[in-house]
Design a protein around this ligand. Structure first.
Ligand code: PEP
Length: 254
């Protein structure tokens, strides 16, 4: 059985002090939750949040990484630096990085492989834009992104990867795919994972992302192939994110 995983992507929100304040309020609210909980703050808050999460089951994540182990890459952060800070996950291929910083799936594949080398699990994001969605190309786009982004995952390491399916038109817009449409997309993705990883494909967790909120989380998490969520806006408030973690759909409500 796949353990649900809820990940907070704070993007460029929260200082180190604000991250610490969040942890103080949030940790008591999710104690004993069945789902795995992950928080990805900005790089500058990683160290302080890492200390604040010590002794809890909540995992620390980075929002990005450079695949090189070291070198002349001004402004970049290497996988080993994240491992040293206690990161257990890192988000790669987020649509904002693909769209705003021109990141290709081939680059995402290098990041995923470099993370695995230092023992950090990649959360690999895929998803179609509104234009691609309206042109009926969602499946093809997701297949291309997934195939190329997972190209360098070594044999036998597939289960360590988490996929986040995030239709770009649903991110930060308040629009969500219906639970049925999201489940359908996750079913395709599950098939793609089976053809790439064989039996391991059934064990890989697939999160849904895109305006997941307290009022739609239960219906989404009730779908058989939705194994949790990658959450932006609704993860910034401790009570709201805790509510997403403790979904009624999985009998995990407080
Ligand atoms: C995201 O950025 O990954 C995301 C899903 O954001 P939001 O929840 O705000 O739509």
């Amino acid at each position: 059985m796949r353990r649900p995983i809820l990940a907070a992507n704070w993007k460029m929100h929260k200082t180190a002090a604000e991250a610490e304040e969040f942890a103080e309020k949030f940790l008591p609210l999710v104690e004993g939750a069945r789902a795995e909980v992950v928080i990805a703050p900005p790089f500058t808050a990683l160290e302080r949040l890492s200390r604040a999460l010590e002794g809890s089951a909540v995992a620390l994540a980075a929002q990005n990484v450079n695949p090189a182990p070291l070198g002349a890459f001004t402004g970049e952060i290497a996988p080993g630096m994240l491992a040293e800070l206690g990161c257990r996950y890192a988000i790669v291929g987020h649509s904002e990085r693909r769209a705003l910083y021109g990141e290709s799936s081939a680059f995402v594949a290098r990041k995923a492989a470099a993370l695995l080398e230092v023992g950090i699990r990649p959360i690999v994001c895929v998803g179609e834009t509104l234009a691609e969605h309206e042109a009926g190309r969602a499946l093809d786009v997701v297949r291309e992104q997934l195939t190329a982004s997972l190209a360098e995952v070594p044999e036998g390491r597939g289960e360590e990867v988490v996929i986040a399916y995030e239709p770009v038109w649903a991110i930060g817009t308040g629009k969500t795919a219906t639970p049925q449409a999201a489940q359908e997309a996750h079913t395709w993705i599950r098939k793609m994972l089976a053809s790439r990883f064989g039996e391991t494909g059934a064990k890989i967790r697939i999160q849904y992302g895109g305006s997941v909120k307290p009022d739609n989380v239960d219906a989404l998490r009730a779908q058989p192939d939705i194994d949790g969520a990658l959450v932006g806006g609704a993860s910034l408030d401790p009570e709201s994110f805790a509510r997403l973690v403790r979904s009624e759909a999985t009998g995990d409500s407080a």
